[in-house]
Design a protein around this ligand. Structure first.
Ligand code: FES
Length: 123
């Protein structure tokens, strides 16, 4: 029921870890299932030069966060904001209907991180 790409990213997730001095770090969670992603971005001149994350979640959450991370490295902030749950699921060759919501987590984490970087909260 999962595509080979999903199984590949689930078994061998890319870019897992953390960045020592990130430009932004954000944690997002899905209150529906309790899964969560902590995402770190390194940004240079509006280009995402590195991304790392820690994911606490189901197999689809791991696979989609891994795929999403590969979709934004080397991309501009504007391009990263174009990553959606649908484009992540598509890049994985699709997800079972019941797991489509899991791709929200990665897309939401990216959007939240870029938004936080562009509009940091006032101290
Ligand atoms: Fe929570 Fe998949 S069940 S992200």
């Amino acid at each position: 029921m999962y595509t080979d790409k999903v199984m590949d990213h689930f078994s061998n997730p890319r870019n897992v870890g953390q960045i020592e001095h990130p430009n932004v770090v954000v944690k997002v969670g899905d209150p529906g299932c309790g899964d969560a992603v902590l995402i770190f971005l390194k940004i240079d001149n509006d280009i995402i030069t590195d991304v790392k994350y820690k994911v606490y979640g189901c197999g689809a959450a791991i696979a989609t966060t891994s795929m999403a991370s590969t979709m934004i490295i080397g991309k501009s902030l504007a391009e990263a904001l174009e990553v959606t749950d649908d484009t992540v699921a598509e890049a994985l060759g699709g997800l079972p209907e019941a797991k489509m919501h899991c791709s929200n987590l990665a897309a939401t984490a990216i959007r939240a991180a870029v938004t936080r970087y562009l509009h940091p909260p006032e101290e």
